[in-house]
Ligand binder design. Structure first.
Ligand code: AHR
Length: 702
C-alpha cells in the first residue's frame, strides 16, 4: 500500500452517482451472491516472470556496475574498456591470451605503462552500462583480480571519474600488487556529489610497468545488503507488488538458440569470478551470469516469493538443437534433477551440499517446475510429447509432490498445469479475450490441467504500457481472477526494460529504468493493486445492462473466440495472437498461422467485474473496470451476507485518456488512489470514473 496515495475525504456515494449514460440505457447492475463460492484463488495470484531481456539483469536489477568485467564480451576487443593517458603518459592496453586468470577467463586485460608520473598517470577505464551511476554519501565496493610483471607493485588508484575527466566522485588506493593472481578490494565513498551516470570507473597508476586484470567489479549498496545483490530501487518496486512467485529464468533466455547458449545453470553458481558467462543469443547481448541460480533464489527469499523453476527441456530456438532421443536427452534430464536438488535438497544431498557451500545451507521451497518454454515452437510432430514424457517420468519418480507445468498441450502424460502465453495488440483485442476462461467460452477437451498464464501483455505503448494497455490488462486480469478454478496464476511479461537507446529488445515492458532511476508503468500499478486487493474465494457475480461498443476485430489469426465444442485450442491461433510483435532475433519460426479470416464485428463490453471474498475477515473485494470515456453508474446488490458495513474503501487507478502514461519524466502520473466510502449497504449505486479500474472493499457480516 505504500505505493498508493490515500485521500481522506469521504465520498458520498449517493451524491456522486448521477447517471451520465444515455437516458435510454439502464445503469449496469451487478448481483453478488457472497455465500456462493465459485473458486478458490490459488496462492500463485499474482507473480513475476523474468529473463535476461532488455538488460534485465546485467545493466538492470543485478547491481554490478562494470560492463564486460571478465573481458569476455568480445574475444578480440576489450569492449567497454579504454586506455587512459593523462598528459604525456604513454602505454597500451590489450587482451592477452597468454596470461589466463582461471578456467573461465582465458584472455585477460594487459596494461602496459611505458611512461607515467604523479601528474601524468595512465590506466584503464570502464564505461559501465550507460555510465557508472553515483549518488551522494554512498559507498561503492570495488573488487579486482590482478597480477603484476616483475618490477611493478602499484600503487593503483581507483576512481569513479566524471566524463569531463576531472570530476573525481570517489577514490581509493590499492598497493602491493603481487606477481601472482590475487584478489584486491577497496571501498570508494562519495561526498556530496550530484546524482549522475556520466562517469567512468578508472584504475590508474603513476608508475611504469605491466599489470594484468582478470576480473573487475564495482557494486553500489544492494537490496538487503547482499554481497552479489540487486539494485535497491528496482527491488523496492517489486517488493511493493507483493509478488507470490518468480518464474525463472525465462522465456527464450532459458532455451537459447543453441545448446551452448541455453541457461546452463551449473555454470552460473559459485564464485562470480569463475563464472564464464555466456552469449545471450536470444536477445543478442552478453550475460555475465552474475545473476545465477542462487541469486535468483536469493531474490525470491528477499521478496518472500516462491521460485517457479523452468528447466531446459532439450529444445533451443534454432530447431536443430532439439534433442529427443532418450540417450541424448538423459544428461539434460539429470541436469534438471540436479537443479531441483540444488534448490530443495538438504545439505546431505550432493547438490544441497553444493548450495550450502555457495552460501545458502537452508533449502528453498519449490512447488512448481516448468518443462521448457513455449515448446509449441518445436515444429517436429510429437517432439515435445516425447521430451515432456521423459522429464515428467524422471521428475515425478523422485519428486512426486512437485507440480509439473507443460508449455504446450500434451496427451501422453497428465501435466498438472499448462502454461499459456498471450501477447495482444490492442486494449480491445485483450478485452475481447477477457472471457476466454469463462466456462461458456473455454473449449472442452483441454484435459484436466490448470492453466498458468506465464506471459501476457497488452502491447500498446513504448517503452512501457500506456493507460489503454492497462485497461486491456485489467479486463484480462479480471477474466483470470474470476476463473480461478482454472487459472492457477499469472505473470506479466516482460518485467523490465532499460529505457536508454539500444537497451530494449522487446517493446512494452512493465518497469522501466536507466542507471539512476526506475519507474512503474500504469500496468505495474495495476498488478500491485490486484495483488494486494483480493480475497481467497471467488464469489458468484452476475452482471446485466453492461455498456458495450461495437468493435471490428482485425482480420487474422488469433482473433475470435477459441473453438467451441471440444475442438483443440489452436496453437496456431495462440501464436497468431502475437503475430505483429517483433520475433526474437532468431531463426525460430512459429507454427504457420491459420489462413486469414474476415472477422465479424462484435459487441465489446466496456465494463468488467469480479468479486472475491476473504474467508477470514469477510471483506468482499469488488473489481470494476470502466473502459468507457464517461462515468458509469453501477447498481450493486449483495446477498448471502446479513450486513454490509456502511463505510468501506475504494482504490482507483485512472488515466485521463488512453494515451496517458507514466514515464521517466513523470513516473507517478497514474497511481492508485485510496478513498473512504460511506453510504454502503447490501444495495447501493456507485459511479465509476471514466477510464478507471476500481476495487471496492466492503466489510460484511454473515
Ligand atoms: O517475453 C518475451 C518473449 O516472449 C519470451 O522470451 C518468450 O517466452 C515469448 O515468446
Amino acid at each position: 500500500m505504500n505505493a498508493f496515495l490515500r485521500i481522506r475525504p469521504v465520498l458520498l456515494v449517493g451524491i456522486l452517482c448521477a447517471p451520465l449514460i444515455a437516458a435510454s440505457q439502464k445503469p449496469a447492475e451487478i448481483s453478488i451472491q457472497a455465500d456462493q463460492v465459485t473458486a478458490h484463488v490459488s496462492p500463485l495470484f499474482y507473480g513475476l516472470m523474468t529473463e535476461e531481456i532488455n538488460y534485465s539483469y546485467d545493466g538492470g536489477i543485478y547491481a554490478e556496475l562494470i560492463r564486460n568485467r571478465n573481458f569476455k564480451e568480445d574475444l578480440k576487443d576489450p569492449v567497454h574498456w579504454q586506455m587512459i593517458k593523462e598528459g604525456g603518459a604513454a602505454g597500451s592496453m590489450s587482451l592477452d591470451a597468454g596470461t589466463p586468470f582461471n578456467a573461465a577467463v582465458t584472455a585477460t586485460l594487459k596494461l602496459v605503462v611505458d611512461q607515467a608520473s604523479r601528474t601524468e598517470r595512465a590506466g584503464i577505464a570502464n564505461d559501465g552500462f550507460w555510465g557508472i551511476p553515483v549518488k551522494a554519501n554512498t559507498t561503492y565496493k570495488a573488487t579486482f583480480y590482478a597480477k603484476a610483471a616483475p618490477g611493478f607493485a602499484g600503487p593503483l588508484t581507483l576512481e569513479i571519474l566524471g566524463n569531463d575527466g576531472s570530476s573525481v566522485r570517489a577514490k581509493a588506493e590499492v598497493s602491493g600488487i603481487s606477481q601472482e593472481w590475487k584478489k584486491y578490494s577497496a571501498t570508494l565513498t562519495t561526498g556530496n556529489v550530484p546524482v549522475s551516470a556520466e562517469n567512468k570507473f578508472v584504475i590508474l597508476t603513476d608508475h611504469p610497468g605491466t599489470v594484468w586484470f582478470g576480473f573487475v567489479s564495482l557494486l553500489p549498496p544492494t537490496y538487503k545488503d547482499r554481497a552479489n545483490g540487486n539494485r535497491q530501487d528496482i527491488m523496492q518496486l517489486l517488493a511493493d507488488m507483493k509478488p507470490a512467485f518468480l518464474r525463472l529464468p525465462g522465456g527464450n533466455y532459458l532455451e537459447g538458440r543453441t545448446l551452448e547458449t541455453r541457461f546452463d545453470w551449473k555454470k552460473t553458481i559459485g564464485d562470480v569470478s569463475e563464472r564464464p558467462g555466456h552469449w545471450n543469443d536470444s536477445w543478442q547481448y552478453w550475460s555475465s551470469d552474475g545473476m545465477g541460480l542462487l541469486e535468483f533464489l536469493d531474490w525470491c527469499e528477499d521478496l518472500d516469493m516462491e521460485p517457479l523453476l523452468a528447466v531446459y527441456a532439450g529444445f533451443s530456438l534454432r530447431g536443430g538443437a532439439r534433442i529427443t532421443l532418450h540417450h541424448e536427452l538423459q544428461p539434460y534430464i539429470q541436469d534438471a534433477l540436479d537443479e531441483i536438488e540444488y534448490v530443495t535438497g538438504d545439505v546431505n544431498t550432493t547438490w544441497g551440499a553444493r548450495r550450502a557451500k555457495d552460501g545458502h545451507p537452508a533449502p528453498f521451497k519449490l512447488h512448481y517446475v516448468e518443462i521448457g518454454n513455449e515448446d509449441g515452437g518445436d515444429r517436429e510432430p510429437g517432439s515435445y510429447e516425447t521430451r515432456f514424457a521423459q522429464f515428467f517420468d524422471a521428475i515425478k519418480a523422485k519428486y512426486p509432490n512437485l507440480k509439473l507445468i507443460a508449455t504446450d498441450p500434451v496427451t501422453t502424460r497428465a501435466a498438472d498445469v499448462i502454461d499459456e502465453h498471450y501477447y495482444r495488440r490492442s486494449e480491445e483485442e485483450m478485452a475481447f479475450h477477457a472471457s476466454d476462461y469463462d466456462p461458456i467460452r473455454r473449449p472442452v477437451g483441454r484435459g484436466t490441467s490448470e492453466v498458468f498464464v506465464g506471459e501476457w501483455a497488452t502491447r500498446v505503448g513504448e517503452a512501457t504500457p500506456n493507460w489503454s494497455a492497462a485497461l486491456g490488462d485489467a479486463a484480462w486480469m479480471i477474466g483470470m481472477e474470476r476463473n480461478a478454478h482454472l487459472v492457477t496464476g499469472e505473470s506479466y511479461a516482460p518485467l523490465f526494460t532499460r529505457v536508454d537507446p539500444g537497451g530494449m529488445q522487446w517493446q512494452v515492458d512493465l518497469i522501466g529504468y536507466n542507471s539512476t532511476t526506475s519507474y512503474g508503468s500504469p500496468s505495474y500499478y495495476l498488478q500491485s493493486m490486484f495483488a494486494t486487493h483480493h480475497g481467497d474465494e471467488v464469489v458468484s457475480l452476475t452482471a446485466k445492462n453492461v455498456p458495450a461498443r461495437e468493435w471490428q476485430p482485425p482480420s487474422g489469426p488469433g482473433i475470435g473466440p477459441v473453438p467451441a465444442g471440444g475442438g483443440s485450442y489452436s496453437q496456431a491461433a495462440r501464436r497468431g495472437a502475437q503475430s505483429t510483435t517483433p520475433l526474437p532475433p532468431s531463426d525460430y519460426t512459429r507454427r504457420p498461422a491459420t489462413p486469414l479470416q474476415p472477422a465479424a464485428p462484435v459487441q465489446l463490453s466496456l465494463m468488467s467485474f469480479d468479486s472475491t471474498r476473504d474467508s477470514k475477515t469477510g471483506t468482499i473485494y469488488i473489481k470494476v473496470v470502466n473502459r468507457a470515456d464517461t462515468a458509469q453508474d453501477v447498481h450493486i446488490i449483495v446477498s448471502g451476507v446479513s450486513t454490509v458495513a456502511s463505510t468501506g474503501r475504494i482504490v482507483t487507478l485512472s488515466g485521463s485518456g488512453p494515451t496517458d502514461t507514466n514515464s521517466m519524466a513523470d513516473p507517478k502520473k497514474i497511481i492508485p488512489i485510496v478513498a473512504d466510502l460511506s453510504g454502503l449497504s447490501t444495495d447501493f449505486t456507485h459511479s465509476f470514473a471514466p477510464f478507471s479500474v476500481n476495487v471496492l472493499e466492503l466489510k460484511t457480516a454473515k
